[in-house]
Design a binder for this molecule. Structure first.
Ligand code: DQA
Length: 156
Protein backbone atom coordinates (compact mmCIF):
# COMPACT_ATOMS: atom_id res chain seq x y z
CA UNK A 1 0.00 0.00 0.00
CA UNK A 2 1.43 3.39 -0.98
CA UNK A 3 2.03 6.09 1.62
CA UNK A 4 0.83 9.67 1.88
CA UNK A 5 3.04 12.03 3.81
CA UNK A 6 1.53 14.66 6.11
CA UNK A 7 3.97 17.48 6.84
CA UNK A 8 3.37 20.25 9.36
CA UNK A 9 5.70 23.19 9.84
CA UNK A 10 6.54 25.56 12.68
CA UNK A 11 4.24 26.06 15.66
CA UNK A 12 1.71 23.51 14.44
CA UNK A 13 2.82 21.25 17.30
CA UNK A 14 0.94 23.81 19.45
CA UNK A 15 -2.42 23.15 17.75
CA UNK A 16 -5.21 22.94 20.30
CA UNK A 17 -3.71 25.55 22.62
CA UNK A 18 -2.28 28.04 20.09
CA UNK A 19 -4.68 30.93 19.33
CA UNK A 20 -7.77 28.67 19.49
CA UNK A 21 -9.90 31.52 18.08
CA UNK A 22 -7.89 31.25 14.84
CA UNK A 23 -6.82 27.59 14.72
CA UNK A 24 -9.48 25.81 16.81
CA UNK A 25 -9.22 23.32 19.67
CA UNK A 26 -8.15 20.27 17.66
CA UNK A 27 -4.65 19.04 18.53
CA UNK A 28 -1.97 17.94 16.07
CA UNK A 29 -2.40 14.36 17.32
CA UNK A 30 -6.14 14.64 16.47
CA UNK A 31 -5.30 16.01 13.00
CA UNK A 32 -2.85 13.19 12.36
CA UNK A 33 -5.38 10.56 13.48
CA UNK A 34 -8.08 12.16 11.29
CA UNK A 35 -5.72 12.15 8.27
CA UNK A 36 -4.65 8.54 8.94
CA UNK A 37 -8.31 7.43 9.02
CA UNK A 38 -9.04 9.33 5.78
CA UNK A 39 -5.96 7.92 4.05
CA UNK A 40 -6.79 4.36 5.14
CA UNK A 41 -10.40 4.73 3.99
CA UNK A 42 -8.98 5.66 0.56
CA UNK A 43 -6.47 2.79 0.53
CA UNK A 44 -3.27 4.54 1.67
CA UNK A 45 -0.95 4.48 4.65
CA UNK A 46 -0.21 7.83 6.32
CA UNK A 47 3.11 9.00 7.67
CA UNK A 48 3.09 12.21 9.72
CA UNK A 49 5.98 14.55 10.51
CA UNK A 50 6.08 17.97 12.19
CA UNK A 51 9.09 20.21 12.57
CA UNK A 52 9.85 23.76 13.63
CA UNK A 53 12.99 23.65 11.46
CA UNK A 54 13.03 24.61 7.79
CA UNK A 55 15.90 22.27 6.90
CA UNK A 56 14.20 19.25 8.47
CA UNK A 57 11.09 19.92 6.35
CA UNK A 58 13.23 20.32 3.23
CA UNK A 59 14.99 17.02 3.98
CA UNK A 60 11.57 15.31 4.26
CA UNK A 61 10.49 16.74 0.89
CA UNK A 62 13.71 15.50 -0.75
CA UNK A 63 13.22 12.08 0.84
CA UNK A 64 9.58 12.01 -0.36
CA UNK A 65 10.83 12.83 -3.87
CA UNK A 66 13.12 9.76 -3.80
CA UNK A 67 10.34 7.56 -2.40
CA UNK A 68 7.92 8.87 -5.05
CA UNK A 69 10.24 7.52 -7.75
CA UNK A 70 10.11 4.03 -6.23
CA UNK A 71 6.30 4.19 -5.85
CA UNK A 72 6.50 4.07 -2.05
CA UNK A 73 5.14 7.61 -1.53
CA UNK A 74 2.20 8.86 -3.63
CA UNK A 75 2.08 12.48 -2.49
CA UNK A 76 2.30 15.03 0.31
CA UNK A 77 -0.10 17.25 2.25
CA UNK A 78 1.89 20.14 3.68
CA UNK A 79 1.05 22.99 6.03
CA UNK A 80 4.27 25.01 5.94
CA UNK A 81 3.04 27.43 8.67
CA UNK A 82 4.88 30.75 8.62
CA UNK A 83 7.53 29.37 6.23
CA UNK A 84 4.78 29.72 3.59
CA UNK A 85 5.40 33.45 3.61
CA UNK A 86 9.21 33.43 3.87
CA UNK A 87 10.77 30.36 2.35
CA UNK A 88 12.22 30.38 -1.15
CA UNK A 89 14.08 27.25 -0.03
CA UNK A 90 10.83 25.31 0.47
CA UNK A 91 9.57 26.49 -2.94
CA UNK A 92 12.84 25.26 -4.45
CA UNK A 93 12.61 21.91 -2.63
CA UNK A 94 9.08 21.21 -3.93
CA UNK A 95 10.04 22.39 -7.42
CA UNK A 96 13.10 20.16 -7.29
CA UNK A 97 11.16 16.93 -6.68
CA UNK A 98 8.43 17.39 -9.28
CA UNK A 99 6.18 15.67 -10.28
CA UNK A 100 5.70 14.62 -6.62
CA UNK A 101 2.27 16.17 -5.88
CA UNK A 102 2.26 18.47 -2.84
CA UNK A 103 -1.02 19.92 -1.56
CA UNK A 104 -0.57 23.13 0.46
CA UNK A 105 -3.03 23.54 3.29
CA UNK A 106 -3.79 26.36 5.72
CA UNK A 107 -6.21 26.01 8.59
CA UNK A 108 -7.09 29.70 8.61
CA UNK A 109 -8.08 31.85 5.64
CA UNK A 110 -4.70 33.54 5.28
CA UNK A 111 -6.20 36.02 2.78
CA UNK A 112 -8.54 37.40 5.43
CA UNK A 113 -5.64 38.00 7.83
CA UNK A 114 -2.58 40.28 7.98
CA UNK A 115 -1.14 41.40 4.62
CA UNK A 116 2.12 39.51 5.29
CA UNK A 117 0.14 36.25 5.14
CA UNK A 118 -1.32 36.98 1.69
CA UNK A 119 1.75 35.91 -0.25
CA UNK A 120 2.81 32.26 -0.44
CA UNK A 121 6.17 31.19 -1.82
CA UNK A 122 4.84 27.62 -1.80
CA UNK A 123 1.63 28.03 -3.87
CA UNK A 124 3.29 28.26 -7.32
CA UNK A 125 4.92 24.86 -6.70
CA UNK A 126 1.83 23.23 -5.15
CA UNK A 127 -0.43 20.78 -7.00
CA UNK A 128 -3.43 22.24 -5.13
CA UNK A 129 -4.27 24.50 -2.21
CA UNK A 130 -6.82 24.20 0.63
CA UNK A 131 -7.35 27.35 2.69
CA UNK A 132 -9.68 28.41 5.46
CA UNK A 133 -11.63 25.23 6.31
CA UNK A 134 -10.19 24.88 9.79
CA UNK A 135 -8.62 21.52 10.58
CA UNK A 136 -11.28 19.83 8.36
CA UNK A 137 -9.12 21.19 5.53
CA UNK A 138 -6.61 18.41 6.18
CA UNK A 139 -9.28 15.82 5.29
CA UNK A 140 -10.18 17.78 2.15
CA UNK A 141 -6.50 18.00 1.25
CA UNK A 142 -6.00 14.22 1.62
CA UNK A 143 -9.10 13.57 -0.50
CA UNK A 144 -7.95 16.06 -3.13
CA UNK A 145 -4.46 14.58 -3.19
CA UNK A 146 -5.86 11.07 -3.74
CA UNK A 147 -7.97 12.38 -6.66
CA UNK A 148 -4.87 13.97 -8.19
CA UNK A 149 -2.92 10.72 -7.77
CA UNK A 150 -5.75 8.74 -9.44
CA UNK A 151 -5.98 11.28 -12.29
CA UNK A 152 -2.20 11.11 -12.87
CA UNK A 153 -2.32 7.29 -12.89
CA UNK A 154 -5.22 7.31 -15.39
CA UNK A 155 -3.32 9.73 -17.63
CA UNK A 156 -0.34 7.33 -17.51
C1 DQA B 1 -1.14 28.71 8.86
C2 DQA B 1 -1.19 30.18 8.43
C3 DQA B 1 0.18 30.82 8.57
O1 DQA B 1 0.10 32.20 8.19
C4 DQA B 1 0.66 30.76 9.99
O2 DQA B 1 1.97 31.28 10.09
C5 DQA B 1 0.62 29.37 10.55
C6 DQA B 1 -0.55 28.55 10.25
C7 DQA B 1 -2.55 28.09 8.87
O3 DQA B 1 -2.61 26.85 8.90
O4 DQA B 1 -3.57 28.78 8.85
O5 DQA B 1 1.48 28.95 11.30
O6 DQA B 1 -0.35 27.98 7.93
Amino acid sequence: MATLLLLNGPNLNLLGTREPGVYGATTLADVEAQCRATAQRLGYELEAFQSNHEGALIDKIHDAGKRFKTGEVAGVVFNPGAFTHTSVAIFDAISGVKPLPVIEIHISNVHAREAFRHHSYVSPAAAGIVVGFGTDGYTLAIEGLVRKVAAAAAAG
